[in-house]
Design a protein around this ligand. Structure first.
Ligand SMILES: [Zn+2]
Ligand SMILES: [Zn+2]
Length: 162
């Protein structure tokens, strides 16, 4: 497997001017920007997911949590683990008491592995959210910390071929 130092050395010659290489925590880190620009109030980080998936170069403020918000609530990557938030362990649909006009009559809920509560996985308004998983990710961000579903992080890594 490539070490972080090796990756940094490979990337370094290609560093665009004005950017600083910012090494990830490990090779499975989906959170940390690989490139940052500026410092203090004007420090911005390049979203590695948008940059790699062809969505474009998305630079976000590191100082005013714009970067954190984007990674957690647009991509579902936890700042605490640099991995995707753990999903619900189960789903259920429950009827809502006296729903208002334009509100859902039923609510999809997800079971949390950490607090074992059933958490609303949708908004009360009967409309499609821009980011469907937003409600779950908001719960996960405040509840999970570094806790994950047992076995979830057993990433298979094949031995290098001889
Ligand atoms: Zn992004
Ligand atoms: Zn929870």
């Amino acid at each position: 497997m490539f070490s972080i130092n090796l990756i940094s050395r490979i990337l370094l010659p290609f560093s665009p001017s004005g950017c600083t290489i910012n090494p990830p925590r490990d090779v499975f880190d989906l959170y940390t920007p690989r490139l940052v620009r500026g410092s203090g109030h004007i420090k911005v980080g390049l979203c590695p997911l948008c940059a790699c998936t062809g969505t474009g170069k998305v630079w976000l403020s590191m100082k005013f949590s714009a970067y954190n918000y984007h990674m957690q609530y647009f991509h579902g990557i936890a700042a605490s683990t640099a991995r995707p938030f753990s999903p619900p362990t189960a789903f259920r649909t429950t009827p809502r008491q006296r729903p208002g006009k334009l509100e859902r009559t039923h609510m999809l809920e997800g079971r949390c592995h950490r607090c074992t509560r059933w958490v609303p996985a949708q908004g009360v308004k009967d409309a499609d959210a821009k980011v469907k998983e937003l409600f779950w990710w908001k719960h996960a961000a405040t509840c999970h910390g570094t806790s994950t579903i047992p076995g979830e992080r057993n990433i298979f890594i094949s031995d290098p071929a001889d």
